[in-house]
Design a protein around this ligand. Structure first.
Ligand code: LLP
Length: 444
């Protein structure tokens, strides 16, 4: 049984009625299918972890992270890729085993690194010239050691939206592979008494449908791997190939299997290592979107339906770019349906827009829908990745609640923000009077 079904003219998601979900938890509502998340994890275990020895999967939590999601990742035995103090904090608060955390970021603060060392994260992926010295200082202070990787810029231009292509020469991520840049950095880590140099990391981009970018980057990483052995007699224990595996947002997209991306990586690595007398390093991958993207939907309530004679019909929903900024930011395409009219045949072309004060606040452009009326429940598919995690309070829209469903059961995992939450951290000037006066005195 798939996770989508129609019963009584209503869309069911992982055994739960979407109209019931909307009535029970309100809209907009993020809904995640645990069954589908676990299925995607089972796929990558079968096609990668169990198929090849010395491999590791770190779920890229930037795609979707909550305490409950940490629990799923933990119980499924994966590692967790975090990229900020906030993500790290979430994992720690969820009780996620910190040795299974991999800490990324091109501009980690001192406080973030301190939290990472104090709580004993397993791997830190270094992406700043002065980062190693801070890590060493903290390791000394806390009496800890840590494994580090260096993120390289593989100079590969992945075929995706330019905002999510991260491996090109001009990228803010990674270190140049120029010999004069990368070798001294790696040597410094090899010689360090506080860190173990675990390896190198690259991430070529996101929402990819071809494996060419990963393979080009891998070849460059392997050359560096051999170079380090030749120069320093040191064999790097691991290579992290990032994530980026594309998913189906619309019926035109065809998701490739994990094996499609990862098998050639394993073959090339094994071939290269055999040819050069190297021990095959552990290969690590960091999928985010491909684990949660298709596992999530968003439910909205239809409000105003506005027909502009001869131009288009807008079906407005009670959310928009505040809960899903991807269409406005990347021109991302989505599909949806009226969930309480699941058996009806779509006949009208409409544009689904949000309620934000911005013309670009369109979730779905010119798509066939059944006739929509105020009060209908509209479901948008494949919103599990980078929807909640990029949600914002534009127009003081509260961030929606999230529910995890599994075989007919539903659990609230994120409470809806209240209006009070929107002003919780705001202060009126008189609350801060003394400080304001001090600042005025200082500048005058
Ligand atoms: N590893 C690293 C180092 C990354 O930078 C990323 C994504 C991933 C793994 C996971 O990539 P995934 O498997 O999810 O494609 N906000 C954008 C996506 C930005 C991705 C940034 N890095 C979007 O909504 O499409």
């Amino acid at each position: 049984m798939g996770i989508f079904e129609t019963r009584d003219n209503t869309l069911y998601f992982d055994g739960v009625s979407t109209t019931w979900l909307a009535a029970e938890f309100g809209t907009p509502l993020y809904v995640f299918s645990k069954t589908e998340i676990v299925k995607r994890i089972a796929e990558i275990k079968k096609e990668f972890l169990y198929k090849h020895k010395n491999t590791r999967v770190a779920y890229a939590s930037k795609a979707f992270l909550t305490l409950a999601m940490c629990r799923v990742v933990e119980e499924q035995g994966l590692s967790l890729d975090v990229v900020s103090g906030g993500e790290l904090y979430t994992a720690i608060r969820a009780g996620f085993p910190t040795e299974r955390i991999e800490f990324h970021g091109n501009n980690k603060s001192y406080a973030e690194l301190e939290m990472a060392i104090e709580y004993g994260v397993g791997h830190i992926i270094i992406d700043a010239f002065d980062e190693l010295s801070v890590i060493e200082e903290l390791c000394e202070r806390y009496g800890k050691t840590v494994k580090v990787l260096y993120r390289i810029t593989p100079e590969v231009d992945a075929d995706t939206h330019r905002h999510i292509s991260t491996g090109g020469k001009g990228s803010k991520f990674g270190f140049s592979m120029e010999e004069s840049v990368i070798y001294p950095l790696l040597k410094e880590a090899i010689d360090s008494e506080y860190v173990t140099l675990a390896g190198i990391h690259f991430h070529v981009g996101s929402q990819l449908f071809e494996n060419a970018g990963h393979l080009q980057a891998l070849k460059k990483a392997l050359a560096l791997f051999k170079g380090v052995r030749d120069r320093y007699g040191y064999e790097l224990p691991e290579i992290n190939v990032g994530g980026g595996f594309g998913i189906a947002y619309t019926s035109e997209d065809e998701r490739k299997s994990f094996g499609y991306f990862l098998d050639p990586i394993m073959e090339e690595t094994e071939r290269f290592c055999r040819a050069n007398g190297l021990t095959r390093p552990t290969i690590v991958t960091e999928p985010g979107r491909s684990i949660v993207g298709e596992s999530g939907i968003t439910l909205y309530t239809v409000g105003s339906v506005k027909e502009i004679e001869g131009v288009r019909t807008y079906v407005s929903v009670d959310g928009g770019m505040s809960d899903n900024i991807r269409p406005a930011l990347y021109g991302a395409k989505y599909e949806g349906m009226i969930a309480n009219k699941a058996n009806a045949i779509p006949t009208t072309t409409v544009t689904v827009c949000g309620k934000c004060c911005e013309s670009g606040d369109k979730l779905i452009k010119d798509a066939l829908f059944v006739e929509a009326q105020r009060g209908d429940i509209l479901a948008v598919f494949s919103t599990g990745a980078y929807g909640y995690s990029m949600a914002n309070n534009y127009n003081k829209q509260p961030i929606p609640a999230a529910v995890m469903v599994e075989e007919g059961k539903a659990r609230l995992i994120v409470k809806r923000q209240s209006y009070y939450d929107l002003i919780r951290n705001e202060l009126l000037p008189e609350h801060d009077g003394a400080r304001t006066l001090a600042v005025v005195a200082a500048v005058s």
